[in-house]
Design a protein around this ligand. Sequence first.
Ligand code: NAP
Length: 242
Amino acid sequence: MAPVTVITGGGRGIGAATARRLAAAGHHVALCYLRDHAAAETVVADLRATGVSAVAVCADTTDPDQVDELFTAAARLGPLTGLVNNAGVTSPIGPFTELRVEDLRRVVDVNLIGYVLCAQQAARRMTDGGAIVNVSSAAATLGGPGEYVHYAAAKGATDTLTVGLAKELAPRGIRVNAVAPGIVRTDIHAVSGVPDRPDRAAGRIPLGRAGEPDEVAAAIAWLLGPDASYTTGTVLRVAGGL
Ligand code: NAP
């Protein structure tokens, strides 16, 4: 039977690249997005054109009822085998002392609470093993000084969630891993107020350039797939040497 995978935040960026890569490998895909309906529907049309089933659900991953709706929609595609916990946000970058409490709460809500709610749904519904990949960040170990320490801390929690869940779910044949991207060319940098961050940062990245979404998607697809059958509880850094 073909794998069925939920991808949160699959309408743009790393999530969209992952959806396209997984569909090419034969996955049926249920993705969610928050606002950009047109982008999500474009991805879904591309996936269906490859012959797989695909659906886009407008669901905020911080809301348990909407998360339940997303996984219910996925169940219509077949028994759940995979989750890519990808929907994440930053906030305007700047010094720690300027951080607004509403930005702090949203960053923790989406990057931590949302990941936990989705992993919980996946763990409940994966009755015959499966794989979860959490999209963390190199910031989890770099700390994000002067930019977004709160975001880095939330991504550090993602890594801990990965390690703990991997151990708890291993007896049920569910593997849990994370990828930690460095600076990747997506729209997330515009939201944080520095749209040209990938180009500005190139000089301090050992490989000399920002990453592309598909380079992260490749790592996610490997961790989800059978070639990673003995890999669980690991954080795979995809950061050009950062
Ligand atoms: P992006 O281009 O900004 O895309 C984010 C996607 O997530 C969009 O589809 C967005 O929906 C969706 N989304 C955001 N909040 C959501 C919510 N609460 N519920 C449902 N969907 C939500 O982001 P990206 O750069 O691809 O980032 C993907 C992941 O990689 C994030 O976890 C991020 O922290 C991590 N990461 C990114 C980088 C980087 O440099 N890009 C580096 C390290 C880690 P709409 O389209 O509707 O807005």
